[in-house]
Design a protein. Sequence first.
Length: 168
Amino acid sequence: MNKVMTRTRRHPGTRPPVRHDSRRPGRTPARTTPAAGRPSTPQPQPPTTPVPAPHPRPTDRFADLLLAVLSGRRPVHSMLRHTAGRAYDDLAWLAERGPLRFTHGAHPVVRDIGYYVAGPGALEVFARIGAGDRLRAMAFRLEHGPDHRWRCTAVELGGPKLPHPDDD
């Protein structure tokens, strides 16, 4: 199966979830003391190099960008270079209706993201959007173009289907 869950945000601003891995050791092994009469020599420590921050996955990046547009925090035209085909028109149509503009204090956030590898260079992504105790579903398709950039080619929101002007 090619379905992958990539991110889970249960309660933003709180501690990260505990790892429940049965293969993880319970504690570090006890230190052994050197044999009597032999002096202990300090072991050289490897130099510490800063670990570069990992680049966000395109699925995470696009989910955040789409959420910002659909919640009114970014203008629709900011997605112009990130979309292809009918996706921009669909996004503009959805943003005009403001389905994720919650006005009751809680800002919408991406809670879970997963994706399905639909083919070479194509991902179908699904995300749970939450604001307070309300949840919505968002789905979009990403395609890897010949210029090595990901572009959104379709976007949908869960809930009742609204009539689209092009579907006459």
